[in-house]
Each structure stands twice: as structure tokens, then as C-alpha cells.
Design a protein around this ligand. Sequence first.
Ligand code: GLY
Length: 336
Amino acid sequence: MELAKVLFLMIVICISRVVVGDEMCPRMVEPVVLVHGGAGDIPDSQDQPKLEGVRRAAKAGYAVLAQGGSLLDAVQAAVEVMEDDEAFNAGHGSVLNADGEVEMDAIVMEGTGLNAGAVGAIKNVSHPVYVARLVMENTSHVLLVGDGAKRFANDMGVPDVPMESLITQKAKHALEKFKKSKSNDPTRTELGGVGTVGAVAVDSEGHVVCATSTGGTSGKMVGRVGDTPIPGSGGYSDDQIGTVSTTGVGESIMKVNLAHLVLNIMKQGKTAQEATIEAVNEMTNRVGKTAGAITLSNAGDIGIGFNSKKMAWAYQKGNEVHYGIREGDDFIEQIN
Ligand code: GLY
């Protein structure tokens, strides 16, 4: 009897699609929450902490969706897990600017109305991704930076946290290494700064969202804002195609609008996987540096691509969590 009901419903859905078209009759897509924990020359000692962190983040985001939360709730939850985890360069664990301070960037974007909210060079908050969402939902702006971003966060009830609470020994060492190297190029990722975090998600109706959060690059100039809070660079979402979150050196990512480039290539007929790696390689060929990106199409197809040595990633789809950090990895954990 139950099976007959399901079959009947499926037939009705198929007929409706033919009669009223896809827009009136939403697809049934299997929901996915996919996250990354940053691309770059990740030292082997960091593999396990990053893999554990991305798995926890993907599961946290998926649990929110499974309990009826929205897509934005899901990506925010996933990114906040990584902002709280010192294994990543976001929130607690962010790298330091030339003055030894934490200045963070973040974005959220949803693909139905192309609404985005972002913050740049924000200080003294635990979860820049949450402030980015507040910008999207409570202002007519897209991007707030610096003192203005923090004042807005405080006005919305977000408490200040002492900067020291965001600073780790690892971040201090990375800045010392940068200064000793006498390099004036904070885009050299081998000097620290890998570990931007991001999440993308698709629901059963093919709606998509993304979120990305970062501490930027070690030794960056005070006030430097990277790709992360720029729609089309650090993330982009469009229900008509899919959603992307990127990671890598902002100064290169911004020159090609990497997130939007992935979706443009998908628009030309490539799969999410093909488009993700093609866009990342195009960036490297045109402007140098390496990068990574995670992509979901509006049908739930997955793209995970990087041309750096490593990129930690994980996704949950149904009862399976897939994860990896090196080229070719696809470890699977079954959830009961
Ligand atoms: N993609 C992170 C940054 O360059 O700031």
C-alpha cells in the first residue's frame, strides 16, 4: 500500500513537470552539505586535525538540514564549527596581519534571490560568518568592513571577544616565520595562511547557498581584504546553476572571480567536477598561485577541485560522509 502511494506520487510529479514545467514543479534532489577547510601546502602534521574538523562540520551542517533547518542555518552551522576549531584559518585560529592582529573576512550567499551579505577586515568577533548573514538579512548593503562591520555586529547583539582569544601559537609562529623570511609577499602560502573554510549546500528542491570565512594571509597589510567577502570570488550561489566556495590566495582568486568562473563553465555544459578543476587551473595559468573550490550543482552533483598540494574537504549525503585531503582521496564513514 505504501509503495503504491509512493509510485502514485512519483507519477503525479512526472506528469506535473511535463504540464507546468520545472519552475512550477520543483525537482526532488538529494540534499548535500559539502565543506572545505582550505587549500594549500598543508603540513602532514595538520592532516588529521583538519580531516576531523571538516567531518564534524559537514555532519553539523547536515544535521541542521535533517532537523528541518534552512540551507543558510546549515552552512552557517558548518562554518561556525570550523571557525571555532584552531585547525583552521578562520575565527579562532585566524592568521595575523603585519601588526599581529586578527582581521577576518566572510560571506554568505543564497541562490534564489542572489542575496549576499559579507564582512571584511572585521575584528573581535567569534563568528564572522554569522555577521555576514546579519548583513544580508538586516541591511540593504552587501559588504561592511572594519569598524563599521563590528559596530553593526554589536548593534545586532553580537558580543565582542578579546582579540587574544582568537590568536593561537601557530598563528604567532606563522607571522614570525613571515617576518624572518624578509618577504614582502603575504601571498606566499608556504609562510602560513592556509585554512580558509567554506560550505555549500543544496536542498531537495534544488535551492543552493554558500558560506566562506577566513583570517586571510599571514603578514597581510593592515586593512587588506581578500577574495572571501567578494560575491563571485570567495563564493557565489545561483539556483539556476549551483553554488561554489573557494579557497586559496585572494589576490589571484579575485582576478578571475573564481567562484563565478566555475558556474560559467557549468553553464557551458560541464559537470560540477569538470568545471571546478578547469576553473582552478585556468586561474593558475592566467594569474599564478594555486587554489581550490567546492561546488554543488542545483541537481546535487558534486565538484571538489584543487591544484594546491592538499585541500581538506568532506560532505554528507544521506547516511554517508565522504572526506579527503589529498588528490584522489575518497574515504567514507557510514552514519547509523
Ligand atoms: N582566500 C583567502 C584570502 O586570500 O584571504
